[in-house]
Design a protein around this ligand. Structure first.
Ligand code: HEC
Ligand code: HEC
Ligand code: HEC
Length: 466
């Protein structure tokens, strides 16, 4: 008679204990909400969620690196396939040092070089969100396998020694508070610099050229420093509008990776945070570019050529003909676009005024697709799988040259070879170009020598900067 009572008592005690235990370990709602906001601001989903119908954070599609595809793993709290067994300390180590729970080094395709600047409080908020608000997905993510020698994860020790700067961001008391806050949002959350800062031969960001412009696959993330080669003629409000909507008429539109960042991340940031980011960007030192002496959005004017405006069927120039048949229906014969700016003007437009026409070519090949605040902006691409009209490298070069001459930076000239490179996914960084030569050099003790040299340089650098 006493046993069932005791058992019932025990059961009640267990329920109570679990109740209090969860009450103690479930983080406060505000911390989870902060973690959710930070995960959006850092766009963890961009890599960790497969955009083709994948479950949230259950593993991404291959990030095309010049060395092969690198897969972002399942970071749901699944114990078997995700990060369910990660402690806060282990989670912190991934974000700060790029070291996994099992001790293996991550490739910097995971932007730990940025997240290393996150505060302890923000890492704890991210941890609370991933552990308590993200649904576990018990499915393994795809595996990364790079070719030798890049499959040796330990080689990242040398890379980290050279390029990972774990010091927290320094706030400058002489700068406005908004600039310091904006630096944290822009840099620690890994956003602007990962695309806009050029990289050196070993694919690390060049610390002396922050935000000075860099190729990213088929696109080019332009110089966004505060000078004539960058966005010196933009106001803080222009920048906020661009980050929030991807469109500032008469200046620039966001396509490619920038469209994705706006769509999945920046449009959800608070106006306060966007203004802080803009204040920081406007405050950063201007970095010149010898070839871009006039702002990108200061080139060209509406077309006045009579033949062009009438759509004269006699035109001889192939580029002009293609413009009339493929582009003028939306951007109009005079390049002014539509009155409501849905179809943008293509003169005084960053894509046609840049010293390199890469983004003009990429826009023609790949189109523009961006959904902001529920509204979709869409331009079809003219690449091989175009449902409108596939254009050849020569035809794209012709129409791009016509657009440049008529509406943009007439000094620039596009060749079919340049189009071919962009069609194939953009210029290959140095490390990928030389990898076939690195390979034999590394075999036979070469690896050891290179690591020792890299380690030596790292020690030297650290000493030198003390
Ligand atoms: C630009 C792409 C990218 C973004 C953005 C990104 N990650 Fe990653 N992440 C990766 C890749 C790629 C890997 C695997 C790298 C490897 O295999 O070396 C990874 C690995 C990880 C791991 C290790 C998991 C394991 O396998 O044990 C964790 C944890 C993680 N990321 C968390 C995050 C969080 C949290 C965020 C947002 C704050 C984030 N990541 C944003 C690309 C990204
Ligand atoms: C994933 C890569 C990526 C990230 C992250 C990113 N950008 Fe960009 N950005 C680009 C690319 C590519 C373009 C060119 C887009 C185009 O021309 O359609 C661009 C264009 C821009 C432009 C327009 C410049 C011009 O003259 O056309 C501004 C301004 C800008 N980015 C600011 C930022 C800021 C500020 C951040 C961080 C808060 C940021 N970007 C983060 C890739 C990125
Ligand atoms: C069906 C309508 C349509 C056609 C046809 C079209 N465009 Fe566009 N174009 C758009 C839209 C929409 C945008 C994006 C507007 C935005 O981002 O707010 C755009 C954007 C652009 C941009 C800016 C891209 C950037 O990255 O900043 C350029 C340059 C451009 N188009 C050139 C062309 C050229 C050249 C052709 C012909 C080969 C063409 N377009 C055909 C609708 C069209």
């Amino acid at each position: 008679m006493r046993r069932p009572f005791l058992n019932a008592l025990r059961a009640a005690a267990t329920v109570l204990a679990i109740g209090t235990a969860t009450a103690q370990t479930t983080p406060p709602d505000a911390q989870i909400a902060r973690g959710r906001y930070l995960a959006t601001a850092a766009d963890c989903a961009a890599c960790h969620t497969n955009p083709f119908g994948g479950k949230a954070y259950a593993g991404g599609y291959g990030i095309a690196s010049p060395l092969g595809s690198i897969y972002a793993t399942n970071i749901t709290p699944s114990k078997q396939y995700g990060i369910g067994d990660y402690s806060l300390a282990q989670f912190t180590r991934v974000l700060r040092e790029g070291i996994r729970r099992d001790g293996a080094h991550l490739y910097p395709a995971m932007p730990y070089t940025s997240y290393t600047k996150l505060t302890d409080a923000d890492i704890a908020a991210l941890y609370a969100y991933f552990m308590h608000d993200v649904a576990p997905v018990n499915v393994p993510g795809p595996k990364t396998s790079l070719p030798f020698p890049f499959n040796i994860r330990a080689s990242m020790i040398a890379w980290n020694a050279l390029f990972l700067d774990e010091h927290p961001l320094r706030s400058d008391p002489n700068e406005p508070e908004a600039v310091n806050r904006g630096r944290y949002m822009a840099i620690a959350l890994g956003h602007c610099d990962t695309c806009h800062t050029p990289r050196n031969e070993l694919m690390a960001e060049k610390s002396d050229r922050p935000l000075a412009g860099a190729a990213i696959a088929s696109w080019y993330a332009p110089n966004i420093t505060n000078g004539p080669a960058g966005i010196g003629d933009w106001t803080e409000d222009d920048l906020v509008q661009y980050l929030k909507t991807g469109d500032v008429p008469g200046k620039a539109q966001a396509a490619g990776p920038m469209a994705e960042a706006v769509e999945h991340s920046f449009q959800y940031l608070t106006d306060g945070d966007l203004h802080d980011i803009a204040a920081y960007i406007k405050h950063a030192a201007p970095l010149p570019d010898l070839d871009q002496t006039q702002p990108r959005d200061a080139f060209g004017h509406a077309g006045t050529d009579e033949a062009l405006l009438r759509g004269n069927p006699q035109v001889q120039d192939s580029g002009e003909r293609i413009y009339q048949s493929e582009c003028a229906s939306c951007h109009r014969p005079d390049g002014r676009g539509s009155n409501d700016h849905y179809y943008p003007q293509i003169f005084r437009n960053s894509a046609t005024g840049a010293n390199s026409a890469n983004n003009l070519i990429a826009a023609i090949l790949l189109g523009v697709d961006r959904t902001v605040d529920g509204k979709r902006v869409y331009m079809p691409g003219f690449g091989a799988s175009s449902f409108v009209q596939p254009l050849s490298d020569r035809e794209i070069a012709d129409v791009a040259n016509h657009v440049l001459k008529q509406f943009g930076n007439a000094h620039d000239h596009v060749t079919p070879d340049q189009v071919a490179v962009i069609r194939q996914g953009g210029p290959k960084p140095f490390i990928a170009q030389v990898s076939p030569y690195i390979l034999p050099a590394m075999i036979g003790g070469g690896i050891l020598a290179i690591l020792l040299v890299a380690g030596g340089i790292a020690v030297f650098r650290r000493r030198a900067t003390r």
